[in-house]
Design a protein around this ligand. Structure first.
Ligand SMILES: Nc1cc(N)c2c(=O)[nH][nH]c(=O)c2c1
Length: 376
């Protein structure tokens, strides 16, 4: 994996760059649509490419491990072939889903024992096992096995959790060295900064991660219920320490405003279920604020869904028609909402990139944050 920074002027935390892997080039800042179990829910790969055109999508190791299971993915030749996606894929390490989905999980030094949320079967994720699983999935960028420290938590829990994540990171690195790639192309490995919302722990974790010498670095343990100002404060602490010449991935973030504020703090990569999940429930994001398309006010509004939108659906369908689809619970409504929201998120990060390169990102960001912070 190769990362090249385009703008390097000392005065700007915001960065524009390119990441190159065997599955193509990723222009940063980038938003990664979440493709949970090998699909961006409700969107064909053709629409994904033609309408939304992401350089990279995300897959969840926890979900893919449970279904379709690793032996199927190996027989298919990896997730790219299985889902017919020839661009980049990033997989998270499963730690987050075990924390957020599995009711019965036991976190020990060895790893995390959990019950499948599907059939209650018992499984054990260790750093070593998760590296093997991600090798079999075959994503271009894979993540360390960590504990996403719950929020809120007391200082001592956050400290113990952070140190365990660091010990697990060392085990991941040692095991990766002994576990060759399975499909003939390189897989970049990113460690994950933890430390909850404690400044000194975030500094310690950022130093530890920075010293691991990985090709890229991630920031975890945020977007877990903390106030936005806390998220921004922790991001600022960590980006001041992480190496500038390597991409920074802020996991699970966020709203359109969160994304612009964190780009301003030096983040290059984002993922979040917000555009897809909200697209399926009728909350649509636009440059001028968010729309609850299920609201009766749109019942006879025959204007385009989003005249400023960049996807086919934005000017192909009216607000009234899309509201109708949601009111009769038609699948097409959820598909349109998903395509629209993902198209908006991609537009937002691409516009940010243009303004970073043009040198006027901060003034543009301030205008957009005010403009988007409305309910239409
Ligand atoms: N908000 C978050 C979303 C995520 N997918 C993750 C993760 O996968 N690992 N670790 C994390 O801390 C984390 C935080």
């Amino acid at each position: 994996m190769q990362f090249n920074l385009l703008n390097t002027d000392a005065g700007s935390q915001a960065r524009a760059g390119t990441i190159t892997t065997n599955h193509g080039t990723i222009e940063t800042p980038i938003f990664m649509p979440v493709g949970t179990v090998g699909t961006v829910k409700g969107v064909h790969q053709r629409e994904l490419k033609e309408d939304i055109n992401p350089d990279i999508i995300l897959g969840n190791t926890y979900h893919l491990y449970l279904r379709p299971q690793i032996d199927i993915l190996e027989k298919a030749g990896g997730l790219h072939k299985f889902m017919n996606w020839d661009r980049n894929i990033l997989t998270d390490s499963g730690g987050y889903q075990v924390y957020s989905l599995s009711a019965n999980r036991k976190i020990k030094e060895e790893g995390v024992k959990f019950k499948s949320h599907i059939d209650g079967s018992v499984h054990l994720f260790t750093p070593e096992r998760v590296m093997e699983i991600q090798r079999s999935i075959g994503a271009d960028i894979i993540m360390a096995f960590d504990e996403c420290t719950p929020y809120p938590c007391d200082y001592n829990y956050a400290k113990r959790s952070m140190h365990m994540t660091h010990r697990w990171l060392d085990r991941c690195i040692n095991h990766l060295d002994k576990t060759p790639v399975k499909y003939g192309y390189d897989q970049a490995f990113f460690p994950i900064v933890q430390g909850s919302t404690y400044k000194d722990l975030r500094q310690q974790s950022a130093e530890y991660i920075a010293n691991s010498g990985a090709v890229g670095n991630a920031i975890g343990g945020l977007s877990v219920g903390e106030p936005a100002e806390e998220m921004y404060a922790m991001t600022e602490i960590v980006t001041a320490i992480l190496p500038k010449e390597k991409p920074r991935y802020l996991m699970g973030v966020g709203t359109p405003i969160n994304i612009l504020e964190n780009i301003a703090l030096g983040i290059d990569m984002f993922d979040c279920v917000m555009p897809t999940r909200n697209g399926r429930n009728g909350t649509l994001f636009t440059q001028h604020g968010s729309i609850n398309i299920k609201n009766k006010k749109w019942e006879a509004d025959f204007s385009p869904l989003d005249p400023d939108g960049t996807t086919w659906v934005d000017n192909a369908y009216s607000k009234a028609y899309v509201r109708h689809l949601f009111s009769v619970n038609e699948i097409l409504g959820r598909q349109i909402g998903t395509i629209h929201n993902l198209g908006f998120y991609m537009w937002l990060v691409r516009e940010a990139r243009k303004h970073i390169i043009a040198g006027d990102f901060y003034s543009w960001k301030e205008k957009m944050v005010k403009q988007m912070d409305k309910r239409l």
